[in-house]
Design a protein around this ligand. Structure first.
Ligand code: GDP
Length: 424
């Protein structure tokens, strides 16, 4: 049985915790897109971890963690992350890396930083992890696939070809030091050594696992609105964040994905630039930011303060639809207990007309939020384990959101810990 866990919003929906819970019931956990550019925060018996590249199953000894072909594989980063787990007392996880995954190279990070520098004020707010240059190269067919590490001739020839191309930009556009093909080749050899024990024909492995009835979890990063096709282009990430891409980025048939658990946050937050219709500012935003998440809303990878806003039903309904959500986990509901009333954005006003459909970016930039206000519950809901024990106003908020998004909310998260979960 294959399940996917994905986000409906701008990322940081609290997927880490739900993924960790689902990973416990899974045999295999697969990362299928993205790279080390976003992070999951997981709190468990070993401590608090920010995972960027490793799947969330790494804390369990019964699971196999897979880096799928769709991932931007930063090899030294992967090994650092494994080492940091071991250093914190986690038993060495069982990890497989797809032989079709492509390698994020040091120059991808350089190009990411150089381009941000060149764009200066007009930059995209990249995490400078090299993700955009990596995926550009993949589709321009000048990327390095893991399998190619094991063929010297291919490596040498490609290292030369890549340097020729990159050096034109380095010299004439960025005015930065040039790449050396021999050095690049040596780097690739060192990657070969690091990754060799883990390399696997992943789609074949997953094919067999599906036949054997294993439980497989596809772990997404970021959320619907960061998808390059269906999100707020160009303020998006460079690989698809949608469950559908899980089939491609892992190498399994799309019809095997039976359950798409979509994580939705009880209010809105976003990092980086881009339209954010229900955004709030000033003291109101600071209050929510301070109380949000677990110790405040600051980016897991960058530490940047997140932009804050009220729940956006227009964006979330769209985010769930485009994921194909079969069920929703509503997170960080506990944070909202301080509010007298809770504004929910139920429509966008664009050029004098109100719509409930999420528009393309040019129109989105013009959208103004239309709010409905719901009464607050004015108490802490931490520690509650039964849905019926939540205050009536709180249940009404959940019900209202459920009606707005049109997908059953099967889980409500009311704290950062593993046990802070209410099943409905
Ligand atoms: P992801 O990018 O979607 O994986 O988001 P994270 O997993 O990094 O979650 C963001 C933050 O919210 C982390 O600090 C979590 O510990 C915290 N968190 C997750 N669920 C809850 C919740 O229900 N309540 C509170 N207060 N914090 C939560």
């Amino acid at each position: 049985m294959v399940r996917a866990i994905v986000g409906a919003n701008w990322g940081d929906e609290g997927k880490g915790k739900i993924t960790d819970m689902l990973a416990k019931e899974s045999d295999i956990i697969v990362r299928f897109q993205g790279g080390s550019n976003a992070g999951h925060t997981i709190i468990n018996n070993y401590g608090k971890f920010a995972l960027h590249l490793l799947p969330s199953g790494v804390f369990y000894d019964h699971t196999t963690s897979i880096i799928g072909n769709g991932v931007a594989l930063n090899i030294p980063y992967l090994f650092q992350e494994i080492q940091s787990l071991i250093d914190q007392g986690v038993p060495k996880p069982r990890i497989l890396v797809s032989d079709r995954a492509q390698i994020l190279m040091p120059y991808h990070m350089l190009f990411d930083a150089y381009e941000e520098e060149r764009l200066a004020g007009k930059s995209f707010g990249s995490t400078k992890s090299g993700i955009a240059p990596f995926y550009s190269d993949k589709y321009a067919k000048i990327g390095f696939q893991v399998s190619e590490l094991f063929d010297d001739d291919t490596l040498k020839e490609k290292a030369k070809r890549v340097c020729e191309l990159k050096n034109v930009l380095l010299e004439h556009l960025y005015h930065k030091p040039l790449l050396d093909p021999d050095e690049l080749y040596q780097t690739l050899l060192s990657y070969r050594e690091m990754v060799a024990p883990y390399v696997c024909d992943v789609s074949r492995y997953l094919h067999d696992a599906i036949q054997e009835g294993k439980t497989i979890l596809l772990e997404g990063q970021l959320g619907s609105l960061k998808d390059p096709d269906h999100g707020i282009y160009p303020m998006v990430t460079s690989s698809s964040t949608l469950a559908a891409y899980g089939a491609i980025g892992a190498g399994i048939p799309p019809y095997e994905i039976k359950d798409i658990i979509t994580v939705v946050k009880a209010y809105s937050s976003a990092v980086g630039a881009g339209a954010f219709v229900s955004e709030i500012f000033g003291d109101e935003a600071e209050e929510l930011r301070k109380r949000g998440g677990d110790g405040g809303e600051y980016g897991a990878t960058t530490g940047r303060p997140r932009r804050m806003g009220w729940f956006d039903a227009v964006a979330t309904r769209y985010g769930c639809r485009i994921q194909g959500a079969t069920e929703v986990a509503l997170t960080v509901l506990d944070v909202l207990g301080y509010l007298d009333e809770l504004p929910v954005c139920v429509g966008y006003e664009i050029d004098g007309e109100v719509t409930e459909d999420f528009p393309t970016t040019v129109k989105l930039e013009k959208a103004k939020p239309v709010y409905t206000k719901l009464p607050g519950w004015k108490c802490s809901i931490r520690g509650i384990r039964k849905y019926e024990e939540l205050p009536k106003e709180c249940r009404d908020y959940v019900k209202f959101i459920e009606k707005q998004i049109g997908v059953p909310i099967t889980m409500v998260s009311n704290g950062p810990g593993r046990e802070d979960i209410i099943y409905r």
